[in-house]
Ligand binder design. Structure first.
Ligand code: HEM
Ligand SMILES: *[C@@H]1O[C@H](CO)[C@@H](O)[C@H](O)[C@H]1NC(C)=O
Ligand SMILES: *[C@@H]1O[C@H](CO)[C@@H](O)[C@H](O)[C@H]1NC(C)=O
Ligand SMILES: *[C@@H]1O[C@H](CO)[C@@H](O)[C@H](O)[C@H]1NC(C)=O
Ligand SMILES: *[C@@H]1O[C@H](CO)[C@@H](O)[C@H](O)[C@H]1NC(C)=O
Ligand SMILES: *[C@@H]1O[C@H](CO)[C@@H](O)[C@H](O)[C@H]1NC(C)=O
Length: 316
């Protein structure tokens, strides 16, 4: 009974996520704001050249937007009165960043075509640009998303967590209409950006009653993480894939060596199908680039929302 309810509610989620997806298209602003994409690109370009942490910030922001209420810019709303917004949720607070890039892009786009381009589309486009500027693949972004009018911190509890195993990851993505191939391809995002020690510290100390360190972690890698994350060190960050914020397939090579930072990274090796994909992406940069672009289009086409916000931080 319980599993029937779970299956039905997953189907409803998938259906509601995908039914309005057809409202998106590639020429959406061709008549109403033809310069939108180039205005946004220019803003992202200057933000990234000033600060290399921006691409990872935008990519994760877009992911967390799309996974809650669809890609409706709910992640951009500020808390107001008694309502704590998504950005104040545990998975986001002290972690999501680069909101200023979307604010400046919105401002520039509004100056050219007021009230036309949604914040959700701006985030989707800025994310694509940020990935390209980091050395990643490009893709055409379908447009026509609408901005939502709700944002609740508690919804962030439904985001996938770094301690998830493969079945939990698969279920979390399936609830949004995404496949196990999407799980593996999009996890390659962890080629750029940083993680706080708190996101993996359970693996490097007091793992369980018999192992101080997660035995699936390569021992010298675990030791180096202990050095980066001393006890009571105030939760510093570490680059997920050193040395730089370059978007390539190095992540998959590291996962195969037991050097994935999160249990969810290592979990990709726990089924034959996902392990095969990790090996494929590790050995073929082209296969990864193609799969990543396709999965990003899928993820960014989960729509929701109903208006075009004037200011990305507040509902109209
Ligand atoms: C598969 C499930 C996933 C889990 C469990 C997960 C978990 C995490 C965690 C815990 C962090 C570190 C946050 C911190 O400590 O501040 C992180 C960082 C990041 N994640 Fe994921 N993630 C997942 C999938 C994704 C996807 C689908 C994307 C994008 C499409 C993504 C993009 C990123 C990026 C770019 C960062 C670095 C952020 C920064 O440097 O600011 N992740 N992820
Ligand atoms: C794209 O969507 C808009 C709004 O729904 C519509 O006006 C336009 O005709 C669509 N373009 C194409 C090529 O389907
Ligand atoms: C770079 O941008 C991040 C937000 O993405 C910000 O926290 C950080 O202070 C910026 N660094 C510099 C040097 O401006
Ligand atoms: C994953 O975790 C869930 C919840 O803890 C558990 O019920 C399930 O058996 C685990 N699956 C695998 C494949 O380990
Ligand atoms: C600790 O984790 C390891 C690896 O997952 C496992 O083999 C071992 O049985 C666990 N020990 C306990 C007491 O759960
Ligand atoms: C990925 O980029 C990093 C940083 O530029 C570089 O050191 C590494 O060799 C690249 N890896 C691959 C597989 O291209």
């Amino acid at each position: 009974m319980e599993s029937i309810v779970a299956i039905l509610s997953s189907l409803i989620l998938i259906f509601s996520a995908f039914s309005p997806g057809s409202s998106l298209n590639f020429t959406y602003y061709d008549k109403t704001c033809p310069r939108a994409e180039s205005i946004i690109s220019n803003i992202v370009k200057s933000a990234v050249s000033a600060n290399r942490t921006v691409p990872a910030g935008l990519l994760r922001m877009h992911f967390h937007d799309c996974f809650i209420r669809g890609c409706d810019a709910s992640v951009l709303l500020d808390s107001k009165g008694n309502n704590k917004a998504e950005k104040a949720g545990i998975a986001n607070v002290n972690s999501l960043h680069a909101f200023f890039v979307i604010d400046s892009a919105k401002k520039a786009v509004e100056a050219s075509c007021p009230g036309v381009v949604s914040c959700a589309d701006i985030l989707a486009l800025a994310t694509r640009d940020a990935v390209v500027l980091s050395g990643g693949p490009t893709w055409d972004v379908p447009k026509g998303r609408k901005d939502g009018r709700a944002s609740k911190a508690s919804d962030t509890n439904t985001l996938p967590a770094p301690f998830f195993n493969i079945s939990q990851l698969q279920q979390s993505f399936a609830q949004r209409g995404l496949s196990i191939e999407d799980v593996v391809a999009l996890s390659g995002s962890h080629t750029i950006g940083v993680s706080h020690c708190s996101s993996f510290e359970n693996r490097i100390r007091k793992f369980n009653a018999t192992h101080d360190i997660d035995p699936s972690m390569q021992p010298s890698f675990a030791q180096s993480l202990r050095g980066i994350c001393p006890i009571n060190s105030g939760n510093p960050v570490t680059q997920m894939v050193p040395p730089a914020n370059t978007f390539n397939n190095t992540y998959y090579k590291l996962v195969l060596q037991g050097k994935g930072l999160f249990s969810s990274d290592h979990a990709l090796l726990s089924t034959p199908k996902t392990k095969e994909l990790v090996s494929k992406f590790a050995s073929s940069p082209e296969a990864f680039r193609k799969a990543f672009a396709a999965s990003m289009i899928k993820m960014s086409s989960i729509v929701g929302g109903e208006e075009i916000r004037r200011n990305c931080r507040v509902i109209n």
